[in-house]
Design a protein around this ligand. Structure first.
Ligand SMILES: [Zn+2]
Length: 454
């Protein structure tokens, strides 16, 4: 029987603890011939705009083929989750586990799609749960029902027809939790260079910063993101890791696929907390404000909304600052609610410049007698020459086309400013559209040994 077990974010930067929980849970079933994985463990990131999310807003899903009673597996997972949560729990998380039996149906797919871009209410959750009937069993571990939204949405996002990537996550030995991670940046840099094009967002070249190491006290040693399992494994093997590695697991994930961006046609659909993508015109000239953020407004012809490129996006702001009213662009990002100081604002994740408006400057004409630049003689009074005193009414302003410093195309922030779902430009054209044809036999790595769970 095919079953899906979804666990929502037990919390930690980069979903570390939830992936660690899954890694440990799989360890318990590693030698059980009646439990087989039919997919890599899935790490599904959900709408980054959700205000009450724990940090990563992600769900973990195990898709299994089992001849055991599915409810026994749920009970085992639950018992272990309770044990795990008491040890690592974040006070604000509302972890839950969902068991779903059989193939994913269209209703659940729709629900997942919604949870990727929108806010899902508990009322909608209840309605979906009601309609799914006995296909699902759900259990809260602690807190409210909110965590179940993530677990259920994760299960419904099957990644058989949508793009995906992989992340190899390695875990630390418990005695090192909270201590600095001993992975020298030189080897990370080398790895990023050698595997360039096959791994991504692992190193920020602009600031020479390693991006694979989280900073919190969580069990995650590092995470390497890449296109294929072979790539992240190869990259992992290239690192000089100067501390014991408890184990590592490769996740199939919707990270860095832009799966959260919902195409909308007018700004009326730019609801607060929604992740959107929309073609608009620049309405006001970008302004750099205190704190270094660059703000401008855009319009769909009817509505106007602010767009912001925040300070951490570095040089990306310089591009944004070159936009002019009239430019046709596509903006992508989460719609943030208004505050006392600003209206609803799209937090710019990527910019697609489609067409540039001419940069026109109107100059007073030159004096036909002496060649000096004329001055205005006052409203509706024509021009006068500051040098020779000529007055003229029948002259027109001169149109000067100034150079535009940007060209049509795609622009993105530096790697360090990337969030989980944002797709880097280097991934354009590498989108996957089908289920992976095979596992590689090093799916699960524990204490120096590799296992194949399938
Ligand atoms: Zn003159």
């Amino acid at each position: 029987m095919i079953i899906h077990l979804g666990v929502d974010d037990i919390d930690s930067p980069r979903g570390g603890c939830t992936t660690h929980f899954i890694y440990r849970l799989l360890g318990k079933w590693l030698h059980d011939p009646k439990v087989k994985l039919i997919d890599y463990p899935n790490l599904i990131r959900l709408n980054p705009g959700v205000p009450w999310k724990t940090r990563g807003n992600g769900a973990l899903v195990l898709r299994l083929d089992t001849s055991r009673d599915p409810e026994d597996l749920l009970e085992e997972a639950l018992a272990y989750a309770e044990e795990y949560v008491s040890e690592y729990r974040h006070p604000e998380s509302q972890p839950g586990i969902v068991l779903y039996k059989g193939e994913i149906n269209a209703l659940l797919e729709w629900f997942s799609r919604k949870a990727l871009s929108d806010i899902v209410s508990l009322t909608l959750l209840d309605r979906i749960v009601g309609k799914l009937g006995d296909k699902i069993i759900y259990r809260r571990i602690t807190g409210g029902r909110r965590g179940l939204i993530g677990s259920l949405a994760g299960i419904g996002y099957r990644m058989t027809r949508t793009d995906y990537t992989y992340e190899l996550i390695a875990y630390r030995s418990e005695e090192n939790y909270g201590k600095p991670r001993k992975v020298p940046s030189e080897s990370v840099k080398k790895m990023a260079m050698v595997t360039r094009g096959r791994t991504f967002l692992n190193y920020d070249w602009e600031t020479n910063k390693t991006l694979i190491l989280p900073h919190g006290p969580d069990p995650v040693l590092l995470g390497i993101r890449g296109e294929e399992p072979e790539d992240v494994l190869e990259a992992f093997g290239m690192l000089d890791i100067e501390e014991p590695v408890e184990g590592a697991l490769i996740f199939r994930t919707n990270q860095h696929t832009d799966a959260h961006l919902l195409r909308i046609n007018n700004l009326r659909e730019a609801y607060i907390y929604r992740s959107v993508r929309i073609k608009v015109r620049v309405h006001s000239k970008p302004k750099r404000i205190t704190g270094g953020h660059v703000i401008f407004s855009v319009t769909d012809g009817v509505y106007v909304i602010d767009v912001a490129a925040y300070e951490p996006t570095g040089h990306f702001r310089n591009i944004v600052e070159e936009l002019l009213p009239g430019d046709t662009i596509e903006v992508m990002g989460v719609v943030r609610p208004m505050s006392r100081r600003h209206g609803p604002t799209i937090n710019l994740e990527k910019l697609h410049v489609i067409a540039l408006a001419p940069n026109v400057k109107l100059l007073n004409p030159l004096c036909p007698r002496c060649g000096s630049r004329l001055k205005s003689a006052g409203k509706n009074k024509g021009f006068k020459c500051p040098k020779c005193g000529l007055r003229a009414r029948d002259l027109y302003k001169e149109i000067v086309y100034l150079e535009r410093k940007i060209s049509p195309g795609w622009y993105e922030p530096p790697p360090r400013a990337f969030k989980h779902l944002m797709k880097p430009l280097e991934r354009f054209g590498k989108e996957k559209k089908g289920f992976p044809e095979r596992y590689i036999p090093t799916n699960f790595y524990l204490k120096g040994k590799s296992y194949f769970i399938a």
